[in-house]
Design a protein around this ligand. Structure first.
Ligand code: 0GY
Length: 305
């Protein structure tokens, strides 16, 4: 089936630069997606956008180019709860990718086990209204109880303004919980202001809550900072991510977010995104935790001594 991408949709950046920052051995790109290809894995009827195709082959070529060893492929909303494209990427990765699925309460135990066997290690609950329709919290809680015995965790995606309303639900979840993109702070507000400090409080008070210190290109309000040179790249997002890396060094992970859905102003060069990492994790020890030790504990625990 042929799909027309959403008007204004930017294609992912082809020919990214080679990062200057040398990733530690075994680094994991712990947040990325595959889109289709639509002809093989059709986009979901309920999707809120139609992306350009971004295949597993292209994702793994980027992995090798940037110097990552492994990927965590997160189910994107344009595929709804049809996890076939993501699962296909996992099973064709030579064991170098694990995944996060989107599931409905109607899933059978056998289907859950099949996802597990293909490398899925968590589910994603999305609360970003422009991306998904509302799912009742009792349905999500039921899913949480079903996946907990598999040792999976829950990835949550929400915007900072919605945290107060979602607090009780998040803090009642029975598994490790990983927050996408630092809970999407408004980076024009201060790091020590009430909005971001509520997120910091969530992490401080609930040791099962982790954060992806990701998506400076999405959170930055500085136009096209990647083009301004390495020193200035996404500087407005640095204090937020750096704060979390320093406060919670054992509960942060990082990923490219390739192929960067829904970016309207600019598309980042993934090589420059990797060069952003030493701005937020400033020591070799912090970098190794962020890029290797922490995601290994979450996604390949059987390899961690
Ligand atoms: C991201 C962010 C976005 C989209 C999705 O699944 C998705 O459609 O995650 C977004 O638009 O903010 O993590 O890729």
């Amino acid at each position: 089936m042929k799909f027309e991408k959403t008007p204004g949709w930017l294609d992912w950046y082809s020919g990214p630069t080679k990062p200057r920052f040398k990733l530690p051995a075994g680094a994991i790109d712990a947040h990325c997606h595959v889109f289709g290809p639509g002809e093989e894995f059709p986009y979901a009827p309920e999707r809120k956008y139609t992306p350009c195709d971004a295949s597993k082959h292209q994702l793994y070529a980027l992995r090798d180019h940037l110097g990552f060893s492994r990927n965590v492929v997160v189910q994107a909303t344009c595929h709804g709860s049809d996890n076939r494209a993501m699962v296909d990427a996992l099973v064709n990765s030579n064991g170098k990718a694990r995944g996060i699925a989107t599931i409905k309460r109607s899933i059978s135990d056998a289907e859950l086990q099949e996802l597990h066997d293909s490398g899925v290690r968590g589910v994603r609950f999305n609360f970003v209204k422009r991306l998904v329709d509302f799912t009742p919290k009792d349905e999500l809680m039921e899913i949480a109880a079903r996946i907990a015995p598999l040792g999976w965790h829950i990835v949550i995606y929400f915007e900072a303004v919605d945290l107060p309303e979602l607090w009780d639900f998040f803090t009642a979840l029975p598994t490790t919980v990983v927050v996408d993109h630092m809970g999407r702070p408004d980076v024009t507000k201060p790091v020590d202001g009430p909005e971001f400090q509520l997120f910091v409080k969530l992490m401080r008070e609930y040791p099962n809550i982790w954060s992806k210190v990701t998506c400076p290109e999405r959170l930055s309000v500085n136009g096209k900072p990647a083009l301004n040179g390495e020193q200035n790249a996404y500087q407005d997002v640095v204090p937020f991510a750096k704060h979390l890396v320093e406060q919670f060094p054992d509960r942060v992970i990082w990923g490219t977010d390739w192929p960067h859905p829904n970016l309207k102003n600019h598309m980042p060069d993934d090589g420059l995104l990797v060069d952003w990492i030493p701005h937020i994790a400033t020591t070799a020890e912090a970098q190794k935790k962020l890029l290797v030790d922490n995601p290994m504990r979450l996604y390949w625990p059987e390899e961690v001594k």
